[in-house]
Design a protein. Structure first.
Lengths: 162, 456
């Protein structure tokens, strides 16, 4: 009895299936990572009061002018947060992210009481640059649990124009 | 297969796969139209306007592809005209799209000159990539027209398909997710899924419409990589011009654009999109040769899944390999690409080598069987020459030196026709043809006619 020749296309098919198994593991790892940093059931309904985003004077650490949604790249700006609106037992922080996802300003994490002296959260110009880089900047106030930010309780998006 | 002659294939009815192809094409066009309108109405971004105005380029690409594909079923004179028309339309579409990018996205900030320089800088590297990708199919190179069509689809159609979806995904994610790794993973899923589906749709259409030119896993990898290279070209131009506009006021615009060029057009030329979409092509190429529908579907889905995972892993975990802003950073950039995308590229090369090995063995077997048949299409002494690309080249060079350029080209056509015949025999033996046996007889007659021309 002569054995039938092995169809080598099946070897290709099986190799592809092995790759697929590894790929599924990769995608599952991605989902697990997503679930870890975006845990389900963390919605508390809390809202941090972001008073606004204003032009910033770094010399006097004050804000000026009206609440704005866009700034020229030569303008410094900062968000103002009313920490007193939050429960005292929370651990929170506030961060600015630039268009590349880099953190360009932050306070905390700490309790709202500890942050009352840091109501103004300015955007810092990246080292080596004269002005802010253009693009959409995201400001978030985050609630922490287990040392990890688990919920955004305040958010503003502003545009730095080209 | 280069020969699907009119006389050999006088079908009154087209295979069902054409209907599937038309369905996919119509769905893609509807998605494009919907995306453009959605972008324009709801996002009102520059990209939205580009997408809307870009519909003309998309329509030209679709029309060019249709005319080009239709040409294969026509007589040689009409076919040539159709190909010229298709080439002109595709060229216009590509130029129009570049123009739109220049005018509507970046001209205001970077200027059309910078955009033109960026596009020109990416052309030679992309052309080199396409040349290499086409060369790797050492037994039967795919026609340039299809390789270029694949690249054009990657550059124009696939990019258009993903603009709205990625914009929308990003818009929702930024407003709902916690910034940081979770958001990064979400963005990576968006890029992996949407971009690979958009690029892969071009390979699926080629598979459905150009079955005669889509033989196996090797062809799939070639077409997939070509689509990826086209996509990479347009993405490179977009990133280079955008970053130039962002960083130029700080005096480092050229550096930013130059870095993008190196990262995407040199370091990432084969390691990025070309590798990802090659997996889609590999899946479809393997499906081409599987006997039953269930495994065909599994193979196609598997190709997409591997491509999505490869793309996802780069985008999601790029930040795990931070680059220092020192001289050692240059080394780190290369190592990062090698470590993160290298395994996927190696995996696709493994499929390619195995595919080439299978193809070579099968062709050798068919050369011998055809020689033994005594039809005169393939002589026994030609078998060893036909099996080796190097020996085929040497034979053509001998013809060139002895009898001039005409003999060289005639011999090249003869060799191609002989390989086509062997390929056709292979597919028939494996029951993978949806054409009647007359096609094989026609190929045989074609080979004999070419041999007589060469001998004259």
């Amino acid at each position: 009895m002569v054995a039938a020749p092995v169809d080598q296309v099946r070897t290709l098919y099986r190799t592809l299936l092995v790759y697929t198994a590894i790929s599924i593991l990769i995608l599952v790892a991605g989902l697990v990572e997503f679930a870890y940093f975006e845990p389900a059931g963390q919605h508390t309904g809390l809202k941090a009061t972001i008073t606004g985003v204003f032009q910033y004077d770094p010399t006097h650490n004050t804000t000026t002018g009206p609440d704005r949604n866009s700034f020229a790249r030569t303008m410094l700006f900062a968000a103002v947060v009313d920490w007193s609106s939050l429960p005292k037992d929370l651990v929170v922080d506030a961060r600015w992210y630039d268009a590349f996802g880099n953190i360009v300003g932050s306070v905390g994490p700490a309790t709202p009481d500890q942050l009352t002296s840091q109501m103004i959260v300015p955007v810092k110009v990246p080292p080596g640059f004269q002005h802010n880089l253009p693009g959409h900047y995201v400001f978030v106030v985050e609630r922490y649990e287990g040392g990890v930010p688990v919920e955004v309780i305040g958010r503003r998006v502003v545009l730095v124009e080209r | 297969m280069a020969l699907a002659t009119r006389a050999a294939n006088p079908r009154q009815r087209r295979p069902p796969r054409y209907a599937i192809a038309i369905g996919i094409a119509v769905a893609l066009i509807l998605v494009l139209v919907a995306s453009s309108i959605l972008n324009y109405v709801y996002l009102d971004t520059v990209a939205g306007r580009t997408s809307l105005y870009g519909l003309l380029a998309v329509a030209l690409t679709a029309l060019g592809t249709f005319i080009g594909v239709r040409g294969f079923d026509r007589d040689p004179v009409q076919r040539r005209k159709d190909f010229i028309r298709a080439g002109v339309l595709l060229g216009l579409a590509a130029l129009l799209w570049l123009l739109l990018i220049d005018v509507f996205i970046f001209t205001g900030a970077a200027g059309p000159g910078v955009a033109a320089i960026c596009a020109l800088a990416c052309l030679p590297t992309t052309a080199f990539g396409l040349w290499v990708v086409r060369r790797i199919d050492r037994n039967e190179k795919e026609p340039w027209r299809l390789v270029l069509v694949a690249a054009a689809w990657g550059a124009v159609v696939a990019t258009s398909l993903v603009i709205w979806a990625e914009s929308l995904w990003q818009l929702i994610a930024i407003r709902t997710l916690v910034p940081g790794p979770g958001l990064d993973v979400s963005t990576a899923f968006s890029a992996g899924i949407l971009e690979e589906l958009a690029k892969g749709s071009a390979v699926v259409l080629l598979f459905l419409v150009m079955r005669n030119e889509f033989d196996d896993v090797v062809d799939g990898i070639v077409y997939g990589a070509a689509v990826g290279l086209g996509f990479n070209f347009m993405e490179s131009v977009a990133y280079m011009t955008n970053l130039y506009a962002i960083f130029q006021p700080e005096g480092v615009g050229s550096y930013a654009a130059g870095f993008q060029w190196y990262a995407r057009q040199v370091l990432g030329l084969f390691f990025g999109h070309a590798t990802y979409t090659a997996f889609v092509g590999a899946g479809i190429g393997i499906a081409r040769q599987l006997p039953d529908a269930r495994r065909k579907l599994i193979a196609i889905a598997a190709g997409f899944l591997v491509a999505i995972a490869a793309h996802f892993s780069w985008d999601a975990w790029l930040t795990l390999f931070p680059i220092e802003k020192t001289a050692i950073g240059i080394l780190e950039i290369h190592l990062r690409t090698l470590v993160m995308t290298g395994p996927f590229t190696a995996a696709v090369i493994a499929l390619l080598l195995l595919g080439l090995h299978i193809e070579s063995q099968a062709l050798g077997d068919q050369f011998r069987k055809e020689a033994a048949r005594g039809s005169g299409a393939i002589m026994p002494e030609e078998v060893s020459i036909l099996m080796s690309p190097w020996q085929r080249f040497q034979q053509r060079m001998r013809a060139l030196s002895r009898r001039g350029l005409r003999a060289y080209f005639l011999l090249a056509r003869l060799q191609t026709a002989q390989i086509d015949l062997a390929m056709e025999r292979w597919h028939r033996e494996r029951k993978e043809v949806d054409m009647p046996l007359e096609a094989e007889e026609e190929l045989r007659r074609k080979v004999v006619a070419l041999r007589q021309q060469l001998a004259a």
